[in-house]
Design a protein. Structure first.
Length: 91
């Protein structure tokens, strides 16, 4: 038995509305992930700038530089791995 045209159109509209809302949710999630990644980059960069700006022994400064680089890289990778939207997942 075929589906009535009005019911079929209503189903299509509901699915399109749900898809639009899901895309908006994913966009919001990606923008949040982007903002947090930017914060990690700024934090790591601030440590690197601090290490070059201060007058301290070379070994101590290099430890701070590598720490800043590690914070920037690891924070970004973990933020994307944990916070990125996944397809097919209900929230």
């Amino acid at each position: 038995m075929p589906i009535r045209d009005d019911l079929y159109r209503k189903m299509i509209e509901e699915r399109q509305a749900a898809e639009t809302e899901a895309r908006r949710g994913d966009l919001r999630r990606w923008l949040l992930v982007l903002a947090v990644c930017l914060l990690w980059q700024v934090a790591g960069g601030a440590l690197v700038v601090f290490a070059f700006h201060t007058h301290m022994p070379h070994d101590d400064a290099m430890q701070i530089v590598w720490g800043g680089l590690g914070i920037a890289a690891a924070g970004t990778v973990l933020t994307v791995a944990i916070g990125a939207p996944r397809q097919g997942r209900e929230e």
